[in-house]
Design a protein around this ligand. Structure first.
Ligand code: XMP
Length: 523
């Protein structure tokens, strides 16, 4: 078992956060390199945090501020004398340059999006980075470094940013105007890799195993001997939270699993078998199928459906939770992208596309404190953590499933008969994907039932039945997506199997729209 001071004893990269939307992405990239990293806000950092903490390198993040808004920005110049390598990114590059005697001014031409960086000088930071002395990099800035600090030389420039990449190699200080942490910067990871291993000389010391121990320790510290309640849906995130909590607080964890009747085929059996029987988690099972169906009767408006399901879910959850004594905490599977999506990047109001329902935003009235152990992680990291927690690939690699379930994959009225038809069609489709090793190549796939009947002919007889729509998309994070390109044999096979096995469907169509303009779900 790892000790509580695990983090303190690890060599690490310390990221000083100036409020960039990408700070967590930098941390994630460092984790991907197998090295521990920690984020501290520029407002909170103390020199002792750096001195006595095995910090092998400092990264200064980007941020929305201007370097001359000095009252809002904390920059302790003494970090420059610690002889620890520093990499400034975007705003971090500007604040570093300014504090070393350089100048920063409003750019004549702002740079947003891709820019072509040209190599000016050789550097250890750019090993394997340039291709034919250039590289596409991703920019997002309207200020720029206009005068180099003393002792610095230029590594690379873009058309509008002469000092886009600079260094004082002797002092191991580096500044880059672009974002190496985003995937749009081709080879961006190479820069972070060179910084971490060749310049800071750190060794690999981080893995999902460490991640697991660290999170368990954190939860233990937060919750102590109190009881925690968790809404389990059977999806990846809530499953990982439940298993993590079980390891951290054991019997003090109570999970509530609500069967809305809108789950996938066999889903409730699977959840009960896994969590109650196999993992011996204290699980309260609520069969509310009839209630949900009756409240959704004659409702076809997508937003109404979502609201009814969300509210009912909360009511049931509250009712059950009230019966349990001395609950102080509510555990949720909030991920980092959920947090970014809930904030507008530009600070302006974003328009509402759909009101998502999930266990997030649960009972405010209950005044429970939140436990959100996954809130700094990305989906693929949560999956790795799930494997580490021995959750089983069946759960961990499962495609995302929306809180309102099949209700939003069935435009129009919801009936028991339609749910049954859809469950069967979805099951056949997903099983075929698994059989043909396609499931894990696809980010999300599902069958939907369209509220349209069309004419068909089967065994010389006329049929008049529903249309089944198949959707399969590739995506990084669900924010944008492209449809998956199946070959004809596969899609034909699924179509045949659905029509031959399910009464109620006589036509199968495949959705060939990306997101945007469509969304992933139909409603
Ligand atoms: P859309 O349809 O908005 O979906 O492109 C993006 C991702 O979010 C999932 N989704 C939901 N997840 N509650 C959830 O927990 C919801 O209400 C909800 N609506 C959509 C969807 O399955 C996809 O992965």
């Amino acid at each position: 078992m790892l000790k509580m001071n695990l983090e303190k004893n690890l060599n690490k990269i310390l990221i000083i956060d100036y409020g960039s939307q990408f700070t967590q992405l930098i941390a994630r990239r460092i984790r991907e390199l197998g090295v521990y990293s920690k984020i501290i806000s520029h407002n909170k950092i103390k020199l002792s945090d750096i001195k006595n903490n095995k910090v092998g390198g400092l990264i200064l993040s980007g941020g929305p501020l201007n370097v001359y808004q000095s009252s809002k920005i904390k920059f302790d110049k003494r970090i420059l004398d610690l002889e620890i390598p520093i990499l400034g990114i975007c705003f971090g590059h500007q604040i570093l340059s300014k504090n070393l005697g350089g100048k920063v001014k409003k750019s004549k031409f702002r740079e947003f999006g891709l820019a072509n960086l040209k190599k000016k000088n050789k550097s250890l930071l750019t090993r394997d980075f340039f291709n034919n002395n250039k590289c596409n990099v991703w920019m997002s800035h309207s200020d720029e470094v206009s005068k180099l600090p003393k002792g610095f030389s230029v590594i690379g420039s873009t058309k509008n940013s002469k000092f886009a990449m600079i260094e004082n190699f002797k002092k191991k200080l580096f500044g880059i105007q672009f974002h190496p942490e985003v995937t749009h910067t081709k080879n961006g990871k190479k820069i972070l890799k060179n910084f971490v291993f060749s310049i800071c000389k750190l060794k690999r010391n981080w893995s999902s195993k460490f991640q697991k121990s660290k999170l368990i320790d954190q939860v233990k510290k937060q919750v102590k001997n109190s009881k925690v309640i968790c809404a389990l849906s059977g999806g990846v995130d809530s499953s990982v939270v439940a298993k993590l909590l079980k390891e951290a607080v054991g019997k003090n964890l109570v999970c509530i699993f609500v069967n809305t009747g809108l789950l996938r085929k066999n889903e409730e059996k699977q959840v009960i078998n896994t969590f109650k029987k196999k993992f011996k988690i204290n699980l309260i099972y609520v069969n509310a199928q009839k209630l949900f169906l009756s409240k959704l009767k004659n409702v076809s408006d997508p937003e109404k459906k979502r609201k009814i399901i969300g509210n009912l879910f909360i009511k049931i959850f509250e009712k059950k939770a009230k019966k349990i004594q001395k609950i102080k905490f509510l555990a949720q599977g909030t991920l980092y992208p959920d947090l970014i999506e809930s904030k507008s990047v530009t600070g302006s109001q974003t328009s509402k596309i759909k009101s998502h329902h999930n266990v997030g935003g649960l009972p405010k009235k209950m005044k429970l404190q939140l436990v959100e152990p996954l809130k700094h992680l990305f989906k693929d990291e949560v999956r790795k953590l799930g494997i580490e927690l021995k959750l089983g690939k069946e759960i961990v690699l499962r495609h995302p499933f929306p809180g309102p379930g099949l209700a939003i994959r069935m435009p129009g009225f919801i009936t028991e008969k339609k749910i049954k038809i859809l469950q069967e069609a979805d099951y056949i489709y997903v099983e075929e994907l698994k059989k043909h090793n396609l499931y894990n190549k696809i980010w999300q796939a599902y069958a939907a039932l369209l509220p349209v009947k069309t004419v068909g002919v089967m065994g010389d007889n006329r049929t008049y039945e529903y249309i089944c729509l198949l959707r399969a998309i590739t995506s990084e994070d669900g924010m944008t997506a492209d449809f998956y390109n199946f070959n004809k044999e596969f899609i034909q096979r699924v179509s045949n199997k659905i029509i031959n096995n399910i009464r109620g469907i006589n036509r199968v169509v495949y959705d060939v729209t990306s997101k945007p303009p469509s969304t992933i779900e139909l409603e």
